[in-house]
Design a protein around this ligand. Sequence first.
Ligand SMILES: N[C@@H](CCC(=O)N[C@@H](CS)C(=O)NCC(=O)O)C(=O)O
Length: 231
Amino acid sequence: MKLYTGDLSPYSAKVRMQIYAMGIRDDFEFDLPIALFFSGRFRQLSPIGRIPALEVQEGIIPESEVIAEYLDDLYPDRAMVGKTPFERANVRVLSRIADTYLMNNIFMSLGQLDPNSRSQAIVDLLMGQVKRGMGALEQHIGEDAYAAGASLTRADCTIVPALFLCESSVPRLGVSNPIEGHPKVTAYWARIKQNPHAAKIIEEMLRGLKARMDGSEKKMVEEALTNAKQT
Ligand SMILES: N[C@@H](CCC(=O)N[C@@H](CS)C(=O)NCC(=O)O)C(=O)O
């Protein structure tokens, strides 16, 4: 199977963390679709045009949450969604809070990073939603080793990239890190960074952030587009 993925993409990071945690990395090729992405050809492959997308024998599967469910279906003995119906509901709720209420709103606000062209109204609207989502996460998150209890689940795979964005991207909008003032989430974030799969994802996202900030990502895109034009 081929996973279209990018280091800094939080939705891709969520799926990669699940793959690492399930111990199924050897079953996947990871592809960073820079040329496809920036030449507009990725939409021919996956109409939603976003990463992650998983290419399997029967076709293409977009949307991180759908891919996550598919992986659990494909490897039921390694599934990461909990055992009882209530545990499974709790894992899905936590994952949904991190995806819909944190990651989506932060991701949409990234167009406002430049203070010279920033619309403060957009930042206020989206950050208000993030603050509310963080309040909900504080109520739902567990105080055991992991977000939904004593084992690593898909909830952790979504929460880790979401909290990475809270810590690394939100302050660049002139807004303080929304984790602050939430003791359960703060304690969780310190704990989960010790987990090797979470640490690997954080390292990959930091690598992606460095490439974005130091201009090497831009250079890679330009080179990929030039090569794509020549072929
Ligand atoms: N709901 C989607 C969101 C995926 C998404 O927005 N991915 C970003 C990268 S993190 C992307 O591909 N953006 C390209 C675009 O917006 O055209 C998911 O969960 O997979």
